[in-house]
Ligand binder design. Structure first.
Ligand SMILES: Nc1ncnc2c1ncn2[C@@H]1O[C@H](COP(=O)(O)OP(=O)(O)OP(=O)(O)O)[C@@H](O)[C@H]1O
Ligand SMILES: [Mg+2]
Length: 243
């Protein structure tokens, strides 16, 4: 059974600019995929389409081989969870945020699991009674990630979830997510501007450029850029890293 797929997917903005047209890919086995593209090229838009948080201009998205039209969006998002680029805390304490899923679905709160995830994310010292709004950007980002993980999604759509983290916390989060994948078979789609991270965490690349999607093996992408656009993108990033 397929996990997640999209077919002939297009997105044209209200102003007429086409972000991508007729792109397709499918995740058939638990995978870790890095979605990369220059800023403004539609990475967040594609992730949001895959979480049914935005409408495509054409084409379809399928979860477990069933088109989105046949899914209740809430049920879809429990399986394919979007973790936002800008973490949004619910008003209230850290614990209130962590309990969001169980509260919403009337399920038991896995306190031990939440504690373990908070520790794995480097947040064992964060008080659960603290007002979530007073946390730092990097702490909010990790609490939001732990909150998503407690829903036990099958696919995590990760929108620059380590962007405001220092190297140590970034490593902790990468390790936590890769361990989760190894243990539970959770698929990961990472949007990142950090190519070293893309290389570390993924075995597959989705590269968006000129409205189309290149889909292939991660090592091959970095070893021998498959398209002119990919070569230019990698060259530019290498030059930026030297600056
Ligand atoms: N709901 C919307 N209405 C109008 N324009 C939008 C909407 N969502 C995104 N856009 C535009 O689509 C383009 C792509 O945005 P998107 O956020 O998907 O890019 P991105 O690749 O994630 O960029 P970044 O790396 O900066 O996060 C941008 O020009 C953005 O302004
Ligand atoms: Mg984005």
């Amino acid at each position: 059974m397929g996990i997640l797929a999209f077919k002939a997917l297009s997105k044209t903005l209200a102003g007429g600019r086409t972000l991508f047209a007729n792109i397709a890919a499918s995740i058939d086995t638990p995978s870790s995929i890095a979605l990369i593209a220059p800023s403004g090229h539609g990475k967040s838009t594609l992730l949001r389409l895959l979480a049914l948080l935005d409408e495509p201009s054409g084409g379809e998205v399928l979860l477990e081989d069933r088109s989105s039209a046949g899914w209740e969006p809430q049920a879809w998002r429990c399986k394919a969870a979007y973790v936002a680029q800008q973490a949004v805390m619910l008003p209230g304490s850290v614990e209130w945020n962590l309990r969001a899923f169980s509260r919403l679905h009337g399920t038991a709160f896995d306190e031990a699991g939440a504690k373990a995830l908070m520790a794995a994310a480097g947040l064992s010292a964060t008080g659960w009674s603290e007002d979530a709004d007073t946390l730092s950007g990097g702490e909010k980002q990790r609490v939001s990630l732990v909150r998503s993980l407690l829903a036990r999604p099958e696919i995590l759509l990760l929108d620059e979830v380590t962007a405001s983290l220092d190297r140590h916390s970034k490593d902790a989060v990468e390790k936590m997510l890769l361990a989760l994948q190894a243990k539970s078979g959770t698929s990961l789609v990472w949007v990142t501007h950090d190519l070293e991270q893309a290389r570390r965490v993924s075995t597959r690349i989705w590269f968006l450029a000129d409205g189309s999607l290149w889909d292939g093996e991660s090592e091959a992408f970095f070893r021998q850029p498959p398209t002119e656009a990919a070569a230019q993108f990698l060259k530019q990033r290498t030059m930026e890293a030297v600056d």
